[in-house]
Design a protein around this ligand. Structure first.
Ligand SMILES: [Zn+2]
Length: 318
C-alpha cells in the first residue's frame, strides 16, 4: 500500500493535489489522450525498461503474491533465478512477523555488489502484494514494478566497478494485512533495520533509495516531503537534466512507506513513488496500466543520480 499522509497544516495543498489527481484521471480517459500518446524517448543509461517490464510480466503471471503464500515463494524463486543467472549471490533474510492474521513467515532478499569501500548505498523496494480475499489483486504496479525494477538495476550496477558498496533489498511484508496503522505494515523493512542495528551494520549505510509503484503508464512522481531534502533535490535535478521534468514534477506529497524505519534510524532516504494511480489496490492494477517507458524513466534517473548521491552522502559517523 503505502499511504499518503493527510495533515491539517497541509490541507490547502492536499486539496490542490486531490484536484490535480481527479483532473488527470479524467484526462487519462479522454479520446484525445488515447490518440496522442507521449513520444517514446530512448534510454539515457544502460537500464533497460523493456527487460524490467518482462520481469514485471512474469511476476504478474504468478498471480496474487501475499506474504507467506506459495505464490510469493514462487516470486522469490523467480527473482533469485534471474539474479543467479547474472552471477549474483542472493542472500535470504527470513523472519517471523506478528501480524493481525497471526504469525507469518517472511523473507527479505538481499544482493550485495561490493565496491572499493565498505560504506554502502541501499536500493530497495517491496515484492509482496496486498492480501485480499474478495478480489484477485496481482499488483502489476504495486509490488511487481519495484521488484522488477531492482532486478534490472542489479544487472546494470553489477556491470561496472564502483566506489561504495551497493546493497539491493527486496522487502517482504510492506503491505498491511488489515489496515495501514500501528505496526500492520512495513514488516520487512522494520526487520531489516532492527537486524542491522543489532549487528552494528547501520553505521556504514549512507543512504537509501526506495522505489515503489514506478510503472504507472501515466507516471507523475511528486516529491515525498518526508524524504531527506538533499536526496529529493539531487534526484529531481537529475530528472530535469535528462529531460524528465514532466514525470518528476514540481509538487509535494507525503508518503508512509518502507523508508520510514530508515529515516527513524537516521539514514538519509528517498521514496520514489507515484501514488496518484487510479487502479491502486484494485483488480485493475494490471498489465494494461503499466509501461516499460515509465520503468525506463525511473531507471535512467536513479542510475544517473548515483554519482551525485555518492558524492553527497555523509560519511558514516565514527
Ligand atoms: Zn500497496
Amino acid at each position: 500500500m503505502t499511504r499518503r499522509v493527510l495533515v491539517a497544516a497541509a490541507m490547502a495543498s492536499v486539496a490542490l493535489v486531490a484536484g490535480a489527481w481527479w483532473w488527470r484521471a479524467d484526462a487519462g480517459l479522454s479520446a484525445v489522450a488515447r490518440q496522442a500518446p507521449r513520444p517514446v524517448e530512448g534510454p539515457r543509461t544502460a537500464f533497460d525498461g523493456e527487460r524490467a517490464m518482462a520481469t514485471l510480466r512474469d511476476l504478474v503471471q504468478i498471480g496474487p503474491r501475499p506474504p507467506g503464500s506459495p505464490e510469493i515463494r514462487e516470486a522469490r524463486a523467480l527473482i533469485t533465478r534471474q539474479l543467479s543467472a547474472m552471477g549474483l549471490t542472493v542472500q535470504e533474510q527470513p523472519f517471523i512477523a506478528d501480524t493481525p492474521m497471526g504469525r507469518v513467515e517472511m523473507v527479505n532478499l538481499i544482493v550485495r555488489l561490493p565496491g572499493r569501500v565498505s560504506d554502502r548505498l541501499l536500493f530497495a523496494g517491496h515484492y509482496d502484494t496486498k492480501l485480499y480475499t474478495d478480489r484477485v489483486f496481482v499488483g502489476a504496479n504495486d509490488g511487481a514494478s519495484s521488484a522488477a525494477f531492482l532486478v534490472e538495476l542489479a544487472r546494470v550496477l553489477s556491470a561496472t566497478p564502483h566506489e561504495l558498496t551497493y546493497d539491493l533489498v527486496w522487502f517482504d511484508g510492506e503491505e498491511a494485512f488489515v489496515n495501514w496503522m500501528g505496526y500492520d505494515h512495513t514488516y520487512g523493512s522494520r526487520y531489516y533495520v532492527q537486524a542491522a542495528q543489532k549487528a552494528g551494520a547501520l553505521k556504514s549505510l549512507r543512504a537509501l533509495v526506495l522505489v515503489d509503484m514506478v510503472a504507472d503508464r501515466d507516471l507523475q512522481i511528486r516529491r515525498d516531503a518526508a524524504s531527506t531534502p538533499w536526496l529529493n533535490d539531487l534526484v529531481w535535478a537529475t530528472a530535469k537534466r535528462l529531460g524528465y521534468g514532466g514525470v518528476f514534477v514540481d509538487a509535494d506529497t507525503q508518503i508512509e512507506d518502507d523508508h520510514q524505519p530508515f529515516m527513524a534510524a537516521g539514514v538519509p532516504s528517498i521514496d520514489i513513488i507515484d501514488l496518484e494511480y487510479p487502479p491502486w489496490h484494485t483488480p485493475d492494477d494490471n498489465l494494461a496500466h503499466v509501461s516499460a517507458r515509465s520503468l525506463q524513466v525511473v531507471g535512467d534517473v536513479v542510475v544517473s543520480a548515483i554519482p551525485a548521491i555518492e558524492a553527497h552522502a555523509p560519511t558514516a559517523a565514527p
